[in-house]
Design a protein around this ligand. Structure first.
Ligand code: PLP
Length: 386
């Protein structure tokens, strides 16, 4: 029963910014509610309330492990967000392996990886930045050439947050395994909940996720650490999370992440989201001659919910503000870039001309969007672009 009093299927806006964050699903809110109210125990406490909290955490860990196709719940460590998971994976590995300071990553990673790697290169690591082509695609052959004896870690995202372009993680993982001793970290933050993931079948050592991208609240994430791979603790303290990440666990958020994972595991509406995105994209490209798609046209190689479109001759920020005025939420580039004048590093890496990149809008759909949302967005865009 949803007693929360909110219903994301009837929002007071048209929300097409689901790559920035998602609404908390009512079922998720209901699952966390007891742990925000009367079930207040600290999971480290020996009394019944503490034991209940501990049990809830371990249940959530199992839900996340099942959703990701992990071999067991010992492979899941809860963190506070995707950025933390990314920082721990890369920074932790380097701390533990100071002689293997060559990192390989891509030019189009989220800032959590990109800025960290830039920082690491300033303090003595060597970073090889893999380029993408004008469609946002990665050439795995370049990775093969870049691998070296001292390569410690390769970090590649599964899906790009701005364009939705998918990278061939399975192929990349095999190349890393067959040609080096490097650890393979994947930023799965945008992929999770949008495409199927089975980590048992993927040659991946570390995998970052974030709850607020798939209907759990902000402030919770996880790092999958394959059995046999070790990282130094991210936070040293009372030994929580098996000594790997101390600090009293965020029980309501962890329960929420577990429930969101369980819901995503049985979610059957992917085709509907894909259909709405396809229609929005097709109609925009057909109706407005100034519109051009950023990222591959091959929809099988993009997330099913994302369309990144430039409106040549327009400022993305201007379109965003006017859509916002019409009650429609979108973004220009990544959410973290909004408000800044810089053009998106992702579009720059794709060598999209500056004038066109400035007119880019990211539409990212989610579970609660309807045909009516698409119709209203098209009508609003017609007014703005005319
Ligand atoms: N990685 C990717 C690909 C993202 O899109 C984001 C957020 O947009 C992050 C990492 C950071 O996640 P969080 O906001 O949970 O720190």
């Amino acid at each position: 029963m949803n007693t929360s009093g909110f219903d994301p299927t009837k929002p007071n806006m048209i929300y097409l910014d689901n790559n920035a964050t998602t609404a908390v699903a009512p079922e998720v809110f209901e699952a966390m509610r007891p742990f925000l109210t009367n079930q207040c125990g600290n999971p480290s406490s020996a009394h019944a309330s503490g034991v209940d909290a501990r049990r809830a955490i371990e249940h959530a860990r199992l839900q996340v492990a099942e959703f990701l196709g992990a071999s067991g719940r010992d492979e899941i460590v809860f963190t506070s967000c995707g950025s933390e998971s990314d920082n721990w994976a890369i920074g932790g590995f380097l701390e533990q392996n100071p002689t293997r300071r060559h990192i390989i990553t891509t030019r189009v990673e989220h800032e959590a990886v990109r800025n960290l790697c830039e920082h690491l290169s300033e303090i003595g690591c060597e970073v090889t930045w893999l380029e993408v082509n004008s469609l946002g695609e990665l050439d795995s052959g370049e990775l093969r050439k870049a691998l070296r004896r001292d390569t410690g870690i390769v970090s590649v995202m599964m899906a790009n947050n701005e364009t939705g372009v998918l990278f061939p993680i399975e192929d990349i993982g095999h190349i890393v395994r067959e040609n080096s001793d490097a650890i393979f970290h994947v930023d799965g933050v945008q992929a999770i909940g949008k495409i199927p993931i089975d980590l048992k079948a993927l040659p991946v050592d570390l995998f970052s996720i974030s709850g607020h991208k798939f209907y759990a609240p902000k402030g919770i994430g996880a790092l999958y650490i394959r059995r046999g791979v070790t990282l130094p603790p991210f936070i040293i303290g009372g030994g929580q999370e098996d000594g790997r990440r101390s600090g009293t666990e965020a029980v309501p958020n962890i329960v929420a992440l577990g429930r969101a994972s369980e819901l995503s595991n049985v979610f059957t509406g992917h085709d509907q989201i894909r259909g709405l995105r396809d229609r929005l994209e097709d109609e925009i490209l057909a109706r407005f001659s100034c519109a051009r798609l950023n990222g591959t046209q091959d929809r099988g190689k993009r997330l099913p919910n994302t369309a990144n479109i430039s409106f040549d001759g327009f400022e993305g920020s201007e379109i965003l503000m006017r859509l916002d005025g019409a009650g429609i939420c979108v973004s220009t580039g990544s959410a973290c870039n909004s408000g800044s004048e810089k053009v998106s590093a992702v579009l720059a890496a794709m060598k999209i001309p500056h004038a066109i990149a400035r007119g880019s809008i990211r539409f990212s759909l989610g579970r609660y969007n309807t045909q009516d949302d698409i119709d209203q967005t098209l009508t609003a865009l017609s007014k703005i672009l005319s």
